[in-house]
Design a protein around this ligand. Sequence first.
Ligand code: GTP
Ligand code: MG
Ligand code: ZN
Length: 410
Amino acid sequence: MSDPVSPRWRVARVDRTRVVLVPDLPDGVDPAERAASPEPGPDLPDGVDPAERAASPEPGPDLPDGVDPAERAASPEPGPTTPASPASGPAAPARRTVALRPGGVLGAVVGEPQAPAVGDRVVEAPTATDAERVLLAPRTSELVRDSADRSASFQVLAANVDVVLVVEHLDPEPKIGRLERLGTLAWNAGATPLAVLTKADLVTDATDWVADVEAALPGVTVLPVSATTGEGVDALRDLLEPGTTVVVVGPSGAGKSTLVNALAGAEVMATGERRGDGKGRHTTTHRELVPLPLPRGAAWLVDTPGLRTIGLVASEDSVASTFSDVAAIAERCRFGDCAHDGEPGCAVQAALADGSLPQRRYDSWQTQLREARYAARRNDARLAAQESAQWRRRTMQMREYLKVSGKGRH
Ligand SMILES: Nc1nc2c(ncn2[C@@H]2O[C@H](COP(=O)(O)OP(=O)(O)OP(=O)(O)O)[C@@H](O)[C@H]2O)c(=O)[nH]1
Ligand SMILES: [Mg+2]
Ligand SMILES: [Zn+2]
């Protein structure tokens, strides 16, 4: 697959009126090797010619310059540090700021102009009149959540995501329900979730929590880490593939930015103190894409602000991925349409009764299913509304036409 236009950029940051772009990195991985890789993540069209890739220099740790001074002045809570560029090493590829079109959109290679998200791929498509013209490339995946303000149906947290690091602290105690929700969010994006339990240095033994989280997210790798002692950080880095995009999500104060810095081996994101009451204040206030140098190339990391509430916009299939164990039990119910609500021969009720299915997990499953069904209905309603708006427009256009042409008059 080749692009009609080149080269590629990635959206590193989105503001109201402009986006910051960084040059996309060649992933440095032989496609054959990637195909043989055990990681089942969705394969990204890399758009880089293998020959060209071989010739391209190893991308250095392109450190972002952090927060724009103007933005910082306007920001209610300025970050404590602006990471400095490394004194040595290859010159960082140019960052570029591009103004958004009215409505906060960019033109797209295919289809209507769209609001860009961090992680979007952007291609240069200069015209005679606009040498700066760039276009959004179609997304391979989207990490979405319910919009916070309900003004839109959902919010795109990041685009073109391969792996989601679902971060939860070991101290205070991890919230399993939150991990389950973020797991579903990740599956729904078509990405591979990886659970990271931070602050392992604050607990004597993380083994039981790891087992609990493994049970809550079947098939998901669970890693305890400590940015303080370095425990687990190399192991986590080893799980990440060059050329992929890895998004870090989790509650405020969980140590997401600290983890990003530990993985990157540099202070690329500002981190904050946790409040005495255990509630994190939001240190990171915007989503940002930063490069992650790996031994065989580089990947992209997206740090995000802590999510206060995580409204699910997910399909029932994504819920079934997180609850594959419960879904397997439900398949043994006598009736195919069993509501697990007292029907005879209900395997789910039986599992609850004998304790093999914890009530907490059952409740979580039911809650997520309800939300998935609600999201589907809402989406249907939204599509219906769009259709009726189109219909109204067409009717008006037809009336206008009849008026102008005089055909409507008797
Ligand atoms: N003891 C210990 N503290 C940690 C660890 N990781 C992070 N912290 C501390 O936790 C606090 C919050 O860390 P951040 O990295 O800013 O948390 P965050 O998840 O990015 O928070 P938001 O940006 O608000 O979403 C800081 O005081 C960190 O020093 C760890 O592994 N061990
Ligand atoms: Mg942060
Ligand atoms: Zn049942």
